[in-house]
Design a protein around this ligand. Structure first.
Ligand code: NAD
Length: 488
């Protein structure tokens, strides 16, 4: 293994690819900077292209047959070993991801990185405990079997890169596939630490590879390689469309977990303190959370009471260095993203929407943006209809349940929805009417790894989570045996 490592905080990180069990450099590199201090360059990271994509897919294809031939229990041993190593390395991984992406250090330490370990354990165990469906019909015994699919490409976004990458790589590997992971170029380093642990866990070379680089270069080369048998993508709807086209050309199944514009519906009978406290959580991590409920839909009769509570809860936010435990709102990831968020807010004001609070970057030389609330003049306003992916919420009111459902369903997205009410039958009716992959009642971000996860509309195609993921990463086949062959 190459010793060409850079110091990120106090952690040594390889800026190179990991292909066929080896660190591999590229002729060119790209700069990776820290959102906490944009003048700080963290690393010159290997900038892969078609050469590296081809090498990584070749490694994954070559390693496939023997990995697929292992029993699920043998693969479980590898995945558990990796999970244990992640648990032992939470501190360095959290440190690097905090510097690289600016997610809050406390939450990385306490929740997010450990979830990576849980992903590997959960899918390894699910694969082992799988009970094939068996039934008899028309004189035959029928069984549904899963076959590993082949080399799998996983492409992930810059927010929560470690956790989101493990969420997809774990079921792919547990199902018997080999993997090429491409992390996002704005936060590439924590996944490099994952590859160190893959190496330490003694995975056979080629089973789990990673290439670094830009989406339109190495990413595009990976998804168009005809030897790839599954593509799993998380990112924006725009890129999702491009990847869908590449997958269609090779007739390769793909899943896409895309953007969101979740409705956050508050009825007058709700616990308004709870609802306001959860709504203010949407500003955490600078609102760079796909599942966030960014459209506050509030019953007219409780608008004033809810708004007062939301303003108070928002005032308790502390914008600051993500390493400081007192900080609750981190900076945005990149100056280009800051400009994008500011652009949304400026256009919204120019088009006649009302700025209730926030609306500005915090200081000239940092990437912090104030928690912002906008009352749009119409449901057609750009700020209501498009994902901002920053600390920007909109507030609209409704009178009836039907109106709430109609507003909730009035964008092209359908990833998540939140409903706050003390009336369970009302919650059931709303959940029935709202188009979204996940609906939370009186809560937010509660996850069960065996539950399906994904979006409708432009929020995604396909479902991952539990057996849904293992089915996606397998070729499912039907096996039929005639009970009695005497009658032909
Ligand atoms: P993005 O679409 O710009 O990039 C995502 C990944 O795709 C990156 O690794 C990028 O390098 C790669 N990529 C870009 N062009 C490519 C191409 N032509 N071919 C192959 N790969 C290419 O998204 P982003 O800005 O990194 O992430 C933010 C978006 O991700 C938001 O829309 C957010 O809502 C969404 N997201 C969704 C979920 C979910 O689970 N639904 C989770 C997190 C983020």
């Amino acid at each position: 293994m190459s010793n060409d490592r850079v110091l990120v905080g106090d952690v040594k990180v390889s800026p190179e690819h990991y292909i066929n069990g080896q660190r591999v450099a590229s002729a060119s590199t790209f700069e990776d900077r820290s959102p906490l201090e944009w003048t700080t360059k963290l690393a010159d990271v290997a900038r892969g292209g078609s050469l590296e994509a081809r090498a990584a897919v070749t490694a994954a294809v070559d390693a496939f047959a023997s990995w697929a031939a292992l029993s699920t229990t043998e693969r479980q041993n590898y995945l558990h070993r990796l999970a244990d190593l992640i648990d032992q390395h939470i501190e360095p991984i959290a440190t690097v991801e905090c510097l690289d992406m600016a997610m809050l250090l406390e939450s990385l330490r306490l929740r997010v990185i450990g979830r990576g370990a849980r992903n590997f354990r959960a899918y390894a165990d699910l694969a082992v405990n799988y009970q094939p469906r068996r039934w008899d019909s028309n004189g035959t015994h029928n069984t549904v079997l899963r076959m590993p699919a082949g080399a799998t490409v996983v492409i992930t976004p810059w927010n929560a890169p470690f956790m989101l990458s493990t969420w997809k790589c774990a079921p792919a590997l547990a199902a018997g596939n080999t993997v090429v992971l491409k992390p996002a170029e704005w936060s590439p380093l924590s996944c490099s630490l994952l590859m160190d642990l893959v190496d330490e866990a003694d995975f056979p070379p080629g089973v789990f590879n990673m290439v670094q680089g830009l989406g339109e270069e190495v990413g595009a080369a990976l998804v168009s390689d005809p030897r790839v048998r599954r593509i799993s993508f998380t990112g924006s709807p725009e890129t999702g469309r491009l990847i869908g086209v590449a997958a269609a050309k090779n007739l390769v199944p793909f899943t896409a977990e895309l953007g969101g514009k979740g409705p956050f519906v508050v009825f007058a009978d709700a616990d308004l303190d709870l609802a306001a406290q959860k709504a203010a959580l949407m500003y955490d991590d600078a609102g760079q959370v796909c599942l966030a409920g960014t459209r506050l839909l509030v019953q007219s009769s409780c608008r004033a009471a809810f708004l007062e509570r939301l303003a108070a809860a928002t005032n308790r936010h502390v914008l600051g260095d993500s390493r400081d435990p007192a900080t609750t709102v981190s900076p945005l990831i990149h100056p280009d993203h800051l400009a994008r968020v500011q652009g949304f807010v400026d256009r919204s004001k120019a088009q006649g929407d009302t700025l209730v609070f926030g609306g500005h970057r915090l200081q000239d030389d940092g990437l912090w943006f104030e928690p912002t609330l906008i009352e749009p003049k119409s449901n057609e306003s750009e700020i209501v209809q498009h994902e901002v992916f920053g600390p920007v919420l909109t507030l609209q009111t409704f009178e009836t349940e039907d109106e709430a459902v109609a507003l909730a369903n009035s964008t092209a997205y359908g990833l998540s929805a939140m409903v706050f009410t003390s009336d369970q039958s009302r919650a059931d009716r709303i959940a029935d009417g709202v188009r979204a992959g996940t609906i939370w009642v009186n809560c937010f971000l509660v996850r069960d790894l065996t539950a399906p996860f994904g979006g409708t509309g432009i929020s995604g195609i396909g479902r991952e989570g539990g057996d849904y993921a293992l089915d996606f990463y397998s070729d499912v086949k039907t096996y039929q045996v005639k009970e009695d062959t005497t009658d032909g």
